[in-house]
Design a protein around this ligand. Structure first.
Ligand code: HEM
Length: 425
């Protein structure tokens, strides 16, 4: 039997723990065609070019089926419309701009930075619970609850509903996995789950319409900007998108971060001595162990000549971010984890018009969380290396990260101040 292609091997969960040698193989041919017609792009310059190419569409309806007809289900049925991650200009730009107004600069510059003390408080509370134990699962006990609490606060949804929307978020994340059925099946499944999640958000939107708060959904409902407020349907789609996009990705950044620090104890010590290192360290993590390893949601809307190949119109693309992030044409000594790397134009948050909307929040969460873990766990060590991974090749991260330690250092005065009663949250 013929050996499966390198891309096929990458999709195999057996290779999840260390896909990097396969990425190196893949980069030897910048653009390859799979039997199913997918074009796999693995080198930095080619991925970068396609991220910025207006002939590449993120709209699932741009894919052509075998017979040449639009293959994806028409998601403009009544219900929850496509969110801006799945739209092209001009609608993408309009919706993204509206969503950005209550989220960040220029209209709401302090929102994310203002969450810093509050994030420190959440992190401190989670680590305090490690007291009296000598073993924790960093994924379940820390990396998961922190971002979920943050996205709930941002959206203004009750944290106690978390078990319900965790199921929906997990189901949607599964539809991102290119090994779980055909593209059409995955889109249909995503539609179904998004409709359920939309019903959930519908109640929240009703409540916030009657009584707006300081959260993002209230901000979208009451926005008086030049374009007026976002439509109710688009608010539901945006809330769905933010809840899901803000979940698993940041969990993986924190889990991959702790794993990398434990594999590189000198870096962990250095971080404790030089807290300012965290800024470049987080960027290096996004390059070295990117939580989003590839995107398989795009298709070409015209023939594109790239990397010595002509990708025909309507072809699905797999842009392998994690391979591009280790391309020696862009990064010196790319397989080395260098927490102080000076020039680091990684692709971890993508590029072009779909550059990660939540990047400031994700960065802030990791910048707060990792130093807390590094400082407070005394003599931490991995129980299993590699840890068990979830099967998803696109959103890659450990399922569990068991760590043993000899005790807990007290929180710093700054962290204690963050949790002190009188501080307004
Ligand atoms: C470490 C954590 C994160 C990583 C690695 C990450 C990565 C990415 C990537 C690669 C994309 C491009 C997706 C595409 O166009 O196909 C993206 C887009 C996006 N991300 Fe993130 N993300 C992270 C955290 C977040 C958070 C916390 C939020 C929400 C607050 C968020 C919201 C979004 C949204 C809304 C988009 C769509 C942007 C657009 O289409 O214009 N992300 N992210």
């Amino acid at each position: 039997m013929a050996q499966p292609s390198i891309y096929r091997q990458l999709l195999d969960p057996a290779n999840r723990a260390d896909p990097y040698p396969l990425y190196a193989e893949l980069r030897k041919t910048p653009v390859t065609r799979e039997d199913d017609g997918t074009y796999v792009v693995s080198t930095y310059n080619e991925i970068f070019a396609l991220m910025h190419d207006p002939r590449v569409s993120s709209d699932p309806r741009s894919r052509l089926g075998k017979a040449g007809a639009a293959a994806a289900p028409d998601q403009e049925q009544p219900g929850v419309p496509l969110a801006f991650i799945s739209r092209d200009p001009p609608e993408h730009d309009r919706l993204r701009e509206l969503a950005m107004r209550p989220f960040g600069p220029p209209c709401t510059p302090g929102r994310i930075d203002g969450m810093r003390p509050w994030l420190a408080e959440i992190g401190t509370g989670l680590i305090d619970k490690f007291a009296g134990k000598n073993r924790v699962d960093i994924v379940q006990d820390f990396a998961y609850p922190l971002p979920v609490t943050a996205i709930c606060k941002l959206l203004g949804v009750p944290l106690e509903d978390q078990p319900r929307f965790r199921r929906w978020a997990d189901a949607i994340i599964e539809t991102v996995d290119p090994t779980t059925g055909t593209f059409e099946q995955r889109m249909r499944k995503k539609d179904e789950v998004q409709a359920e999640l939309g019903q959930y958000f519908s109640h929240i939107v009703d409540t916030r319409s009657r009584q707006p708060g300081d959260d993002l959904i209230s901000g979208l409902l009451t926005d008086q900007g030049p374009h007026g407020p976002m439509s109710r349907e688009d608010i539901l789609a945006t809330a769905n998108l933010l809840l899901v996009a803000g979940h698993e990705t940041t969990v993986n950044l924190i889990s991959n971060g702790m794993l990398t620090l434990l594999r590189n104890p000198t870096v962990l010590d250095r971080l404790n001595r030089e807290p300012g290192l965290i800024i470049t360290l987080v960027e290096e993590l996004l390059r070295y162990e990117p939580p989003v390893q590839m995107r398989t949601n795009r298709a070409t809307v015209a023939d594109i000549d790239i990397g010595g190949t002509t990708i025909p119109r309507g072809a699905p693309l797999a842009l392998v971010i994690a391979a591009g992030n280790r391309d020696s044409s862009q990064f010196a000594d790319p397989d080395r984890f260098d927490p102080a790397r000076a020039s680091n134009r990684h692709l971890g948050f993508f590029g072009g018009i779909h550059y990660c909307f939540g990047a400031p929040l994700a960065r802030t969460e990791a910048q707060v969380a990792l130093p807390q873990l590094a400082r407070r766990l005394i003599n931490p060590r991995l129980v299993a290396d590699p840890p068990p991974y979830r099967p998803n090749p696109e959103l890659r991260g450990p399922r569990h990260l068991f760590v043993e330690y000899d005790g807990l250092a007290p929180a710093t005065q700054e962290e204690v101040a963050a949790v002190s009663p009188g501080r307004s949250t």
